[in-house]
Design a protein around this ligand. Structure first.
Ligand code: BGC
Length: 375
């Protein structure tokens, strides 16, 4: 962490202490204890989500809120507009309310050490939700989908669909990665790149923009800060304008998630790419509604679906185990080293969804109603 950032965090934490007890600037949803007193007995659970701007985090927050209230807890659900200092203030305010457990989907996984030290002092347990919290021993557990597997599924889909293992190619590839401050993004990229790299080495995949990281470790060179759709769109515009002149066409875009894919697809649209006539293969992740519609319209080939309901179920179970002093269920104690400790984790399986499986995977499971997707 830079000195400047450390100072900012200290200042924000200090200011938050002064205003402790005041409502945080984003929406607070604190349930009132039921007449039975069940909620009071369960205690408060603080939930910190990164942003409302992405559909998945709204689903995540709402599902956790519902499950925990049904289990008798009081909840405080906070969204931080993707602003690190705002999230720290929100966590600080929740700590001031003495929650039993904090569930945190961090914005910058390296920025929460100081505020979590205060949680530790008050014996508040912390679960890192979806994204690992780095550089602190004050995080108890981590629950997520298998992030490396997400990337592998994207890479393998490209290999299989283009027929790369059968020797087809060369194809023009443009790779993108997620936000440099999100620990998941490096796992997504590494999973995909480990599958694709042999085909770059053999020349069956070429990157006309030259923006091909030399190794997994160089992934931030193609990272899109804050997972912003608009930034992905302008980056794709730049690559198309500069490197795809004279009739050269991009054949495949490795996009780590749906918010980037949306910007990339808008860029392709504005550069006269047409569905049905060499529209490139674009990958994604999250099964966001707009992207599922784009899959049905032929603009996105696949998405890696993470049924966030199962993640919420798992985390609600962990909360119950923590509060009751039981052994917390985990299934991975090796992968997620945060620099201070290997955080005991529960990894859930992600799955590929394509146009052909939208109905069976997303509608039949109740994740979407057919009408949400125009089906
Ligand atoms: C999540 C993805 C999401 C991305 C952007 C990642 O940490 O795992 O599901 O697309 O953040 O919000």
């Amino acid at each position: 962490m830079s000195f400047k950032k450390a100072k900012l965090i200290a200042a924000v934490a200090g200011a938050a202490l002064l205003v402790g007890g005041l409502a945080a600037c984003s929406s607070t949803k604190t349930a009132t204890p039921g007449a039975t007193g069940a909620a009071a007995a369960g205690g408060l659970i603080g939930i910190a989500m990164p942003t409302k701007s992405l559909q998945r985090w709204n689903n995540d927050g709402a599902h956790l809120d519902e499950l925990l209230k049904a289990a008798g807890y009081t909840t405080s659900v906070q969204y931080a507009d993707n602003k690190v200092d705002q999230q720290i203030t929100q966590i600080q305010n929740m700590i001031n309310q003495n929650p039993k457990v904090l569930i945190i989907a961090s914005i910058d996984g390296t920025a929460l050490g100081p505020v979590l030290a205060q949680a530790k002092q008050k014996k508040i347990s912390v679960i890192a939700y979806d994204r690992l919290i780095n550089g602190t021993s004050d995080v108890g557990y981590y629950a997520t989908f298998d992030n490396y597997k997400v990337g592998q599924l994207q890479g393998q889909y490209i290999v299989d669909t283009l027929g790369l293992s059968a020797g087809k190619g060369p194809f023009n590839l443009e790779p993108f990665a997620g936000s440099p401050d999100d620990n998941n993004a490096k796992f997504f990229f590494a999973g995909a790149w480990d599958v694709l790299k042999p085909y770059l080495d053999s020349g069956k995949l070429v990157v006309p923009s030259g923006k091909a990281p030399a190794s997994d470790a160089q992934w931030t060179s193609v990272g899109i800060q804050g997972w912003a759709t608009a930034t992905a769109q302008s980056e794709m515009d730049n690559r198309l304008n500069s490197f795809y002149t004279g009739g050269k066409k991009v054949n495949v875009v490795l996009s780590p998630n749906d918010s980037l894919a949306l910007g990339i697809e808008q860029s392709l649209d504005s550069h006269a790419y047409k569905v049905g006539s060499a529209w490139p293969l674009v990958t994604g992740q999250d099964a966001d509604q707009a992207n599922v519609k784009n899959m049905l319209a032929g603009k996105q080939a696949m998405t890696v679906w993470k049924d966030t309901r199962t993640l919420g179920d798992q985390v609600a179970k962990m909360v119950g185990e923590i509060v009751k002093g039981q052994t917390v269920t985990v299934n991975d104690t090796k992968t997620y080293d945060n620099g201070k400790k290997v955080v005991p984790s529960y990894l859930l399986p992600p799955q590929v969804v394509t146009k052909d499986t939208v109905k069976s995977a997303l509608v039949d499971s109740g994740f979407y109603k057919a009408a949400d997707l125009g089906l």
